[in-house]
Ligand binder design. Structure first.
Ligand SMILES: [Zn+2]
Ligand SMILES: [Zn+2]
Ligand SMILES: [Zn+2]
Length: 118
C-alpha cells in the first residue's frame, strides 16, 4: 500500500485508539476475547511523528461508515502522520472527507495536505 515514507521520520508510540489501550477487540466481532486487530493486542501502536488527528473519524479510530470497523484512513489509530509543512488540504478543505463521504485520498483523511504524498 502506498502509505507514507517512514524513512528517517521519528516514531512515537501511543495507546491504541481503537481499543482504548485494552488490546481487545472493542466490538467483540469474533468473541469478547478477540484481540484488537489494530494493535494486534499490544495495546500500543507506533506511528510516525509529527502527526495530526484524523479528521475523517474525528480521531476516534472507528470508521464513520460501517461502524465496527477501524477507520480506513488512519487504520484505527486516530492519528495520521503528516509532513511538518502540511497545510489545510485544498481538496477536502480540511474535512478529511470527499464529496462521496469517503476519506479524502489526497490527505488520507488527515485534512492536511501532505506534499510528500502524491
Ligand atoms: Zn488496539
Ligand atoms: Zn481515522
Ligand atoms: Zn483532503
Amino acid at each position: 500500500m502506498g502509505w507514507f515514507r517512514m524513512g528517517k521520520e521519528k516514531e512515537v508510540e501511543i495507546a491504541c485508539t481503537f481499543c482504548k489501550g485494552t488490546g481487545k477487540d472493542p466490538f467483540a466481532i469474533m468473541s469478547p476475547l478477540s484481540t484488537c486487530y489494530v494493535c494486534q493486542g499490544r495495546k500500543k501502536v507506533r506511528l510516525a511523528s509529527p502527526n495530526a488527528r484524523c479528521n475523517y473519524c474525528w480521531g476516534r479510530g472507528v470508521s464513520p461508515i460501517g461502524a465496527r470497523n477501524a477507520c480506513p484512513a488512519c487504520r484505527g489509530i486516530g492519528l495520521i502522520p503528516v509532513s511538518k509543512e502540511a497545510q489545510t488540504c485544498p481538496t477536502c478543505d480540511g474535512k478529511g472527507e470527499d464529496k462521496s463521504g469517503l476519506y479524502c485520498l489526497k490527505c488520507h483523511g488527515s485534512g492536511r495536505a501532505i506534499p510528500l504524498l502524491t
